[in-house]
Write a protein that binds this ligand. Structure first.
Ligand code: MN
Ligand code: MN
Length: 459
């Protein structure tokens, strides 16, 4: 019976059962680098800037129209400082297609409104508008940082990062004290803290003298001294409020990583790291770090943008290849996080089809919700391709679906890649508390996702 079981049934095993000592060392090294990336790159601009710098250091050059391209060339295309596409040119013609890994580098956060600064009850605040799907109550009473850029009136740009250095101040959103929360606690969780209450405390000391709004004026004076800003400059700014602090190891065994924005920098880093590690592949390897995934992949830097075609066409033209032919023969791994099974909330998952921490990269045939709506729904052939590619490379992987059928769901860039006539499969790192200010992933799954991206590039 045991033998029959072994040969006929699909019984999965925890990834640690097969992890060799050398793999463990590699995993720890990889995760240490990932942590540095996370701590440096908390929004799409920072991730794009980091990718450009690191790519240059790894021999990548900027792709421009008309540039000659040969096998082994390493190229990047910076899409307006918010998204980046990189490629290592393969030995085969682009007519045979490319192997693409696509992740996103934007994460849920609070963006400043165009007119953010105000004073109320002698406290200065920024008004915000949340970006992406957040549980608003999670953002009160935690340490917050501000990241972003401001275009000043004279056209000069200033970068802002406050709240990350140990000596920096942090920022804060208040919640109601429990003692007076009788009414608040009767509300549904969606209403406990509402959008217009996500107001960020900036300070409380008034300038000394006559007049109103002297706390606000004090804050503006400080911003003027440090960054040369006047209030009107907020009209041309992208400033984000997000959780302050670094990625931390979690658990006595340190097997987990807790950080803001694993979704989806955990896949973005896996793609980048493995792209930097490969030599000339057979098929051209393409790595995408997209923006705006959290709000529908829209806009000029989102995955629905024609910027992808613009880059691929430059490559194709260099080889005299038709872009459509290249896309038709390409494969895309849409690398984005999935929901790890959480025994605290077991009721939302189909245990037999949910991914688990430490079982490797999660492969999803489809995402979507209520009848697979919005999913790209990979074919048996596409799933077979991924299965055999990962098995051959010795990558630990598992199957996943996003929650119980009637429970909800989600989607990512997969559908937009598939719409381009590219065979696409969803895959990614299992996460606990996705979209929370601190998300949790396992080191083993991070490492296996990096190996999976590498295997796809080299397929
Ligand atoms: Mn995502
Ligand atoms: Mn997300």
């Amino acid at each position: 019976m045991e033998e029959l079981k072994k040969s006929l049934l699909n019984e999965t095993q925890n990834g640690y059962a097969q992890l060799t000592d050398s793999q463990r060392t590699e995993m720890e090294n990889y995760c240490a680098r990932y942590r540095t990336f996370l701590d440096t790159c908390k929004m799409e601009r920072e991730a794009t800037a980091w990718a450009v710098e690191t790519a240059k250091a790894n021999g990548f050059t900027e792709m421009v129209p008309g540039k000659e391209v040969k096998a082994g060339d390493k190229l990047y295309f910076n899409n307006r400082n918010k998204s980046i596409i990189l490629a290592v040119v393969g030995s085969e013609s682009l007519a045979k297609g490319a192997n693409i890994c696509a992740a996103h580098v934007d994460s849920p956060r609070l963006d400043l409104k165009p007119n953010p600064l105000y004073e109320d009850a002698e406290i200065a605040y920024f008004k915000t508008h949340y970006y992406g799907g957040v549980k608003k109550y999670q953002w009160a009473t935690i340490p917050l940082a501000i990241h972003g850029v401001v275009y000043r009136k004279d056209g000069s740009v200033v970068s802002v990062t406050v709240g990350e250095d140990e000596s920096d101040p942090i920022f804060y959103i208040s919640d109601l004290l429990i003692h007076l929360s009788a009414d608040q606690l009767q509300k549904t969780a969606a209403k406990v803290i509402e959008g217009e209450q996500l107001n960020v405390i900036l300070g409380s000391e008034p300038l000394q003298g006559e007049g109103s709004d002297l706390v606000k004026l004090h804050i503006m004076k400080l911003l003027n001294e440090k960054y040369g800003l006047v209030e009107e400059d907020f009209l041309s700014a992208e400033l984000c409020v997000l959780p302050a602090g670094k990625c931390r190891e979690v658990g006595f065994d340190r097997s987990l990583l807790g950080a803001y924005g694993h979704d989806d920098r955990v896949c973005a880093f896996a793609e980048l790291y493995s792209l930097f590690a490969i030599d000339t592949p057979k098929h051209t390897a393409v790595c995408i770090l997209a923006d705006k995934e959290e709000i529908g992949s829209v806009g000029v830097t989102g995955m629905q943008s024609d910027a992808f075609e613009y880059f691929m066409e430059m490559l194709c033209q260099a080889q005299g290849v038709n872009l459509r032919q290249c896309l038709a023969n390409s494969f895309c791994l849409s690398a984005d996080v999935s929901n790890a099974f959480d025994p605290n909330f077991a009721e939302v998952s189909d245990k037999r089809n949910n991914c688990k921490l430490n079982y490797g990269i999660a492969i999803l045939k489809y995402t979507g919700s209520r009848g697979k709506a919005g999913a790209s729904d990979a074919s048996a052939e596409a799933m077979g391709h991924v299965r055999s590619t990962l098995d051959k490379a010795g990558v630990k992987w598992q199957i996943a679906t996003l929650g119980k059928v009637d429970q909800g769901g989600g989607g990512t860039v997969a559908a937009y890649m598939a719409n381009r006539n590219i065979v696409t499969v969803d895959a990614g790192v299992p996460v606990l508390s996705m979209h929370a200010p601190m998300e949790l992933v396992s080191k083993l799954d991070c490492y296996m996702t990096m190996l999976a991206c590498k295997a796809i590039y080299l397929a």
